[in-house]
Design a protein around this ligand. Structure first.
Ligand code: THU
Length: 135
């Protein structure tokens, strides 16, 4: 993968959103992580009849990456299947924070324009037990 653009990342996330398993909320979310080595790892939300067991798209993408041995993330794009933007929930912000406060979160605003946030600005003064070294 050669340095995908932010628009490309949104496209990857959009494609992943189509695989969403969300019969309860009917909210289909896609996420696409850009890794330090410019690989793209996607995720989608997976719900369950026992509602509380449902998992967000962002965390699915993070856990996929970790299970592949990839821990350094540059960006994450998040989008709904209809192309509308969505902000990461608090739990996903915390899980992302474990892997770097400078991860860029990309989504769209209500006018459909690309917007970017530094993770640190979305979860200020966050709880962590480690420094910047991800080992
Ligand atoms: N959801 C995500 O996938 N990511 C978020 O950041 C917010 C919420 C999912 C979880 C659930 O399947 C559906 O959206 C409704 O909450």
């Amino acid at each position: 993968m050669i340095d995908p653009s932010d628009e490309d990342l949104i496209e990857y996330a959009l494609k992943a959103s189509k695989n969403s398993y969300s019969p309860y909320s009917k909210i289909k979310v896609g996420a696409a992580i850009l890794t330090e080595t410019n690989d793209v790892i996607t995720g989608t939300n997976v719900e369950n009849a026992s509602y509380g067991l449902s998992m967000c798209a962002e965390r699915v993408a993070v856990f996929k990456a970790i299970s592949m041995g990839i821990r350094k993330f540059r960006k994450i794009a998040i989008i709904l299947d209809d192309g509308k933007g969505i902000m990461p929930c608090g739990a996903c912000r915390q899980v992302l924070m474990e892997f770097g406060k400078d991860i860029i979160v990309i989504t769209k605003d209500k006018d459909g324009r690309l917007v970017k946030f530094n993770l640190d600005s979305l979860l200020p003064n966050s709880f962590t037990l480690k420094g910047e070294e991800i080992g």
